[in-house]
Ligand binder design. Sequence first.
Ligand SMILES: Nc1ncnc2c1ncn2[C@@H]1O[C@H](COP(=O)(O)OP(=O)(O)OP(=O)(O)O)[C@@H](O)[C@H]1O
Length: 276
Amino acid sequence: MRMIELKDVDVKIGDQVILNNVSISLKEKECVAVIGENGTGKSLFLKLLAGVVSPTKGQVRRDIKKYGYAPEIPPKSLHFTAKEYLTHMGRIEGMNREELENRLTLLFKQFNFNFHQDYIYKLSKGNKQKINLMQSLLREPSILLLDEPLSGLDPHSQENLLQYLKQLKEKKTTILFTCHEGLLKENLADRILLIENKEVKEGEMKTEKSYRTVQFSGNLDEISPLINKTVDMQTLRRLQDGGYEVNVEATNSDKLLLTIINQGGKIKFLSKKSRI
Ligand SMILES: Nc1ncnc2c1ncn2[C@@H]1O[C@H](COP(=O)(O)OP(=O)(O)OP(=O)(O)O)[C@@H](O)[C@H]1O
């Protein structure tokens, strides 16, 4: 199901066109990394999807009940405590007191956040970012728009967020994020949108291949015709003990092992996955 559809959309700031003729759609359950150099319009694109800015041309069609949006710059100098702020945001979203209490207890635990009675302006950058993220998750959104969500978070909190987003992805939340670090792009995204020259284009998913080394013994004449479909035979080398060693793409290693065993060979060594 399509959740958001943009058709021939332009966004201008003043008289400057920042995004030009954008036509894309986002489907349910997609996890999308928005990439591009500084100043290309990633934040603006997220604001457009969140409805925070309007297109100057074209159409935006939305079929979403619950949005979550965490902007790039978290709340800065608010004279609210973290809990007051989040309660206020939840009320604006139409949540009742009990719902909010339960949700906040869960989110504070999830984000390992112990500063709910502290004034936001006194908090560190990372803790402000946690408030920003919790705000976007208040209503269990069906689409989550996160602008640089790792910014300010320590490595442990970054990993914690990654694992939480993976859980949300499994629960079918559509997630769209910008992120200069590779952590989320490499571990979460199944689609990439590249912003370049004012256009939003489909980007390439880089899937780095991983390999395993297999050492085996057996009759090579019988085994090799069968294994050369799964491995690059040029990597095959003879070992001093009379056995053989070959490198295989990790996704094909089970097939190779089975072939060797079925042909009466013996597996002597199997390496862990590595990128060679
Ligand atoms: N309020 C504003 N007034 C004027 N220009 C703006 C404003 N907000 C954004 N822009 C311009 O719009 C362009 C896109 O900005 P945006 O923040 O979306 O880029 P970005 O790709 O998110 O950059 P970064 O990777 O540095 O966060 C930039 O050239 C920026 O200067």
